[in-house]
Design a protein around this ligand. Sequence first.
Ligand SMILES: *Cc1c(COP(=O)(O)O)cnc(C)c1O
Length: 236
Amino acid sequence: MPVSVKDNIAQVRTKIATAAARAGRRPGDVKLMAVTKTVDDKRLREAMEVGVNLIGENYVQEAQRKIERIGKTVPWHMIGRLQTNKAKYAAGLFDMVESVDRLELARELGRRAAAKGRVMEVLIEINSGEETKGGVNPEDTLTLIREIAAIDNIAVRGLMTMAPWSDDPETSRPYFRALRELRDRIAEEQIMGVRMDELSMGMTDDYEVAVEEGATIVRIGRAIFGARPTLAANKD
Ligand SMILES: *Cc1c(COP(=O)(O)O)cnc(C)c1O
């Protein structure tokens, strides 16, 4: 049996709803993002046909090619590491950049968004303890957000993180809880222009735990589209 994107999505939605109910949350408070790196157009369209209305991409060029072919009928978010020199393209392609982790990148995104007469919404990516991954350290986050808040054409909307890899979803829970607590602390500061609405956390292996801990966006690739090819021939 080939993997059915449609069935997979139905199953993920059920699990999101169940996890939300466990935490006394409404399923509608959690947005399901389909993460489409390496995914072909056919499967991407299949996901959209069953109502997936948020797409996440890791690479600027891959997103650009897909958007040219498929058109942009739903929001696309950048979730991968973004080089400052690609901010120009990102500002033309994405509705949100979830992986902002440094002032220099935010400044360049602001400049490029201004040139296009738009505001770029961003999430601040928090590093959950893995040196190799992107993200700002939790203790530096408030300072960074205060600086980014002063940039024109950038609007901070929340936080994003990736928990360290583990085969036990419970391992992710303290990281997700810490992200929620950090979000609440920053919200209390009431920084002008900053909203802390979104908590983007949880992937195929740990999204149910993330929903229990307050995720508003879960970013799901493999549970929808199946395993990705191991060779990432996809670098920008
Ligand atoms: C690839 C990726 C995902 C999706 O991962 P899966 O384990 O396939 O669900 C989510 N977030 C980020 C930042 C990613 O790079």
